[in-house]
Write a protein that binds this ligand. Structure first.
Ligand code: SAH
Length: 346
């Protein structure tokens, strides 16, 4: 029989296990610390645990550890990673240094079922959801590399790797809880961003649960007809319903929404598109991140400088806060899904 991963064990289950082998239940707290504060991946590293207990833990549990399978550094400092999971599946993560900040871009699923037309992950199909401990492994493996390469821990987290986090709601929010809990990594929720395509049900659930991290919505175009083409899930999550869910979210959490908008040449970069975006954003506080399209081998191209400037000017004339995000790691194909896709081609 396969041994279960110890990280699936709740604290209560661990206490019960310890009692069943005549061990002291307070060891559960020590084990918790090793797992979630120090992020170790073996029982031998738990140096305050007696040898006999280490042997018993080894006999009953295992670690389904992920490893770094490939790594590539960009001229701009960005490092991309392909992780190999215990069942040989591949996912990707990216470390993006910027001054004192190091942002980790993390995956939530193996592949993605959403099939957004411009996204490399979309063409790859969906394999499975990640366990919360596979999300944590991305953090601990990249954190080590961040310290080695940049002399600093990861400071910020964005769920903008492969997958749709709200389709893996429980595991993603569990990982965020461990990252932010004082008994875990103690990271401020303001340093974590969950990016979603805009799934209405999931957004309302986050609101009801008083989600503390930042919420970013990948709008990319604010007209239903066009959005249905780019993002098929818009058919079941139309803009009016998404707008209502975001208003509900803001009312419940008192937080500002980040709007992500990838500018694609002649697809969503006209002044009419900009005006549609203004209308979409009018009923709640937002910050808009315009992102240059990172051309994959799809049919789309990034917007011209002129169109980008005009788009920004239009939003600013409506008093919206706009940032233009340079696409990082272009020389190493660091856009969503590109890494694993290229690696499979090889
Ligand atoms: N499913 C989530 C998170 C994954 S993708 C979401 O949709 O938000 C993270 C962001 O990268 C999304 O905004 C996505 O639309 C964008 N993206 C995907 N492919 C891209 C590309 N080639 N260039 C620029 N951004 C891209």
């Amino acid at each position: 029989m396969q041994k279960p991963d110890i990280r699936n064990c709740t604290d209560e289950e661990m206490k019960q296990f310890l009692i069943s082998i005549n061990e002291k239940p307070f060891r559960a707290k020590q084990i918790h610390e090793w797992l979630w504060k120090k992020n170790v991946h073996s029982f031998e590293e738990m140096i305050n645990i007696p040898k006999l207990l280490t042997e018993q833990l080894n006999a009953h549990f295992t670690f389904h550890t992920s490893i770094i399978d490939q790594e590539a550094s960009s001229e701009d400092g960005t490092i991309k990673f392909i992780f190999r999971l215990f069942d040989q599946q591949l996912i990707e993560g990216v470390l993006i240094p910027s001054g004192k900040r190091v942002t980790a871009c993390i995956s939530s699923q193996v592949g993605c079922p959403l099939k957004c037309d411009f996204c490399a992950t979309g063409t790859m199909g969906f394999t499975r959801n990640l366990h919360f401990w596979e999300i944590m492994d991305q953090f601990s493996l990249m954190n080590q590399r961040s310290i080695e390469s940049f002399g600093n821990h990861i400071t910020n987290f964005v769920f903008m790797g492969m997958g749709e986090p709200l389709l893996n709601y429980d595991q993603v929010t569990k990982a965020i809880n461990i990252l932010t809990s004082p008994q875990g990594n103690g990271i401020s929720p303001s340093r974590i961003t969950l990016s979603t395509v805009g799934l209405v049900k999931g957004i309302r659930k986050l609101a009801d649960e008083q989600f503390k991290a930042n919420l970013a919505i990948s709008i990319h175009v604010a007209n239903d007809q066009k959005r249905n083409q780019l993002i098929p899930t818009n058919l079941s999550n139309p803009l009016a319903e998404l707008q209502a869910a975001l208003k509900y979210y803001v009312d419940k959490t008192d937080q500002r929404i980040t709007i992500e908008y990838v500018l694609i040449d002649h697809v969503n970069d006209s002044l009419e598109d900009a005006e549609n975006l203004c209308r979409f954003c009018k009923s709640f506080p937002v910050k808009i991140n315009l992102i240059q399209y990172n051309a994959t081998d799809s049919k789309y191209r990034k917007s011209s400088i002129e169109n980008t400037k005009a788009f920004i000017q239009h939003l600013e004339s409506r008093n919206l806060i706009v940032n233009l995000r340079q696409s990082r790691g272009q020389d190493i194909a660091a856009a969503c899904g590109q890494l694993v896709k290229n690696s499979k081609k090889r």
